[in-house]
Write a protein that binds this ligand. Structure first.
Ligand code: NZQ
Ligand code: ZN
Length: 393
């Protein structure tokens, strides 16, 4: 196990009806905030009215900025920065999913910055800045941004999608009320499930040894997600299944499961290029890329993949030879994604092989070779994109 410091300041307010606590949670932080949200789901569900009424009753002033789209854009972030500066706002409340939360974090980061905020996503150091505090009301369990220090933003002009991390970007509080997930369409549930599973895979598949506890926590969380996703697959109004999924989604990415281990993150880097060029949902891209990546890299650490096949995908330990056990585990994972209605090939995402070279180059060119379990260069990434194009792998 590697040395670690685990420092997570996010106060998690979890459960049925917690959305009604919003004003009392905001009040100690600020009486003037930016209220940031997406494309309209919170207005249709009534959450917008609940929140604005509570804020008004508590005497909390708010300036609004809606319109965040999935794969949130740097253009709206720049507008948000201007709004905060003009109105002297010191606190941001994000009401939505990963896209809204990430947009809020990028605004929070950009307000004190002296350069254009996109420069920070292009790799400029932000450690001397103190971002504005942000808080969230989560409306879709998926990205884990409600308790992560990361933000991922798209630049529609340069066709890039890049992340930035700053410890102070962990929200000061996040309200996770599973009743808010009842209005989600089926495909967004499936996208969220694939994303949170990937956040665990990126941490689980490692060459670090003596990680018994975090291995077991990863496996237990993956099993919980699979079990409850199967319930939601037929009933999107099952409160208990949403509660299990939401709790799993938060710990999948608040890094509790990744401490003491070298992490991978190749699938996320490869997927972000798909979303950047084709504007596809992140979770759908991961459903396509992940099994292909597993096939390509498993020989770097077969023991880890046998463990996954047996402990998570329930492949019998006596199931033929080691290679067959691993392949059966990957096939069962892919079948699970398919059963959720997710795409499992590049063709289903409408991605042309002609774009593989440019996407592979972009995946590598900001930070160099990607991956922890196995270092991947441009050629490797192209090979994985090719495997992801096959009907059966
Ligand atoms: O915009 P609205 O109208 O709200 O609709 C959204 C959006 O269309 C809808 N939705 C959300 N909650 C709903 C709802 N519809 C009905 N009822 C509800 N309760 O769902 C759609 C998707 O929302 P989005 O926020 O894009 O989803 P998600 O949470 O999956 O976020 C995806 C983004 O997070 C980034 C991804 O790259 C992607 O851009 N990630 C952020 C991470 C982080 N900051 O730590 C880590 C992740 O790896 C991920 O990369
Ligand atoms: Zn993700």
């Amino acid at each position: 196990m590697l040395n670690f410091v685990y420092d997570n300041k996010t106060r998690l307010i979890f459960g049925r009806g917690t959305r009604f606590d919003i004003a009392s949670e905001v009040e100690p932080h600020s009486t003037k905030i930016l209220l940031h949200y997406g494309g309209g789901s919170i207005k249709r569900s009534g959450l917008y009215d609940t929140i604005t009424q509570s804020l008004r009753q508590a005497g909390i002033d708010y300036v609004e900025l809606g319109g965040v789209k999935p794969n949130p854009s740097i253009a709206l972030v720049r507008q948000g920065i201007d709004l905060c500066r003009t109105h002297d706002i010191g606190f941001i409340l994000a009401v939505g999913g990963g896209s809204v939360i990430d947009s809020a974090k990028a605004i929070a980061l950009g307000v004190p910055a002296t350069e254009d905020v996109w420069d920070l996503f292009m790799g400029k150091d932000s450690s001397s800045y103190t971002p504005l505090p942000i808080a969230t009301v989560l409306t879709i369990p998926a990205a884990g941004s409600e308790s992560s220090p990361n933000t991922v933003i798209s630049n529609d002009e340069t066709k890039r999608k890049l992340g930035h991390s700053h410890p102070a970007l962990r929200p000061v509080f996040s309200i996770v009320d599973p009743e808010l997930f009842f209005t989600l369409p089926h495909n967004q549930m499936a996208n969220g499930v694939c994303d949170m599973m990937s956040h665990i895979f990126e941490r689980y598949f490692t060459n670090t040894t003596h990680t018994d506890l975090s291995d077991s926590l990863c496996e237990a969380t993956l099993r919980t997600i699979i079990k409850n996703a199967r319930i939601l697959n037929t009933n999107l109004h099952d409160y208990d299944a949403w509660a299990e999924i939401a709790f799993s989604g938060t710990i999948a990415h608040n890094n509790l499961l990744g401490i003491g281990r070298e992490q991978d993150w190749a699938c996320h880097a490869m997927e972000h290029e798909l979303s950047a060029l084709y504007d596809i949902p992140h979770g759908a891209g991961l459903a396509v890329v992940t099994p292909a990546w597993m096939h390509y890299v498993y020989r770097a650490n077969p023991g880890m993949f046998v463990q996954f096949a047996v402990n998570v995908m329930n492949v019998e330990g006596s199931y033929r030879d080691q290679d067959s056990i691993i392949r059966e585990g990957i096939n069962r994972l892919q079948a699970f994604f398919r059963n959720l209605g997710q795409p499992t090939t590049m063709q289903e995402l409408g991605i042309s092989p002609e774009d593989f070279p440019v996407m592979a180059n972009n995946a590598i060119n900001v930070r160099g070779p990607i991956g922890g379990l196995m270092k991947l260069d441009v050629k490797d990434v192209q090979n994985i994109y090719k495997i992801a194009s096959m009907q059966t792998i």
